[in-house]
Design a protein around this ligand. Structure first.
Ligand code: MN
Length: 153
């Protein structure tokens, strides 16, 4: 079988795509709060425990606020925006590397007029995401910067 590289291209809607890679839904509709995110699994095979995915968040969109036992290594590949990791909010841009430790709340937001595309490496066998309960949100919101981030401005 050929191992020719999977080449990138830009789709008609401007999103980054790769040849032979399916664009899938970020999550099942209605399962969690998110907006304008696509997912492409770039690399997955049984002889390596890691998976490499590319997510693209459209301008003003955001990923789900969640936490889980498994960790993420995230490299921003496109655009800019903000990342919430734990109790901190960071401005992020192309080639920044963001680590999400176990059981740490995290969410990615694209800028108002910029998409935010990122590679995300995860363990192939991983636990399900947990969503915040009202008391978790209350704790997060106690931090002013985090509250501003969660409100999208
Ligand atoms: Mn996650």
């Amino acid at each position: 079988m050929s191992e020719r590289p999977i080449r990138p291209f830009t789709s008609s809607d401007g999103a980054y795509r790769w040849d032979r890679v399916e664009v899938t839904r970020y999550k099942e509709e209605g399962s969690a709060l998110f907006r304008d995110v696509t997912r492409q699994t770039l690399f997955r095979r049984p002889d390596l425990r890691g998976e490499l995915r590319y997510f693209e968040v459209a301008p003003a969109g955001y990923s789900t606020l969640e936490r889980h036992e498994h960790v993420h290594a995230v490299m921003i590949l496109r655009g800019d925006g903000e990342a919430l990791v734990g109790a901190e909010v960071f401005a992020v841009k192309t080639f920044d590397l963001v680590t999400v430790p176990p059981l740490t709340w995290h969410q990615f937001r694209a800028g108002a007029s910029s998409p935010l595309g990122f590679l995300c490496m995860v363990d192939a066998e991983r636990d399900k995401s947990q969503l915040p309960a009202p008391r978790d949100l209350e704790r997060l919101r106690a931090n002013h910067a985090v509250a501003k981030f969660l409100d999208g401005h």
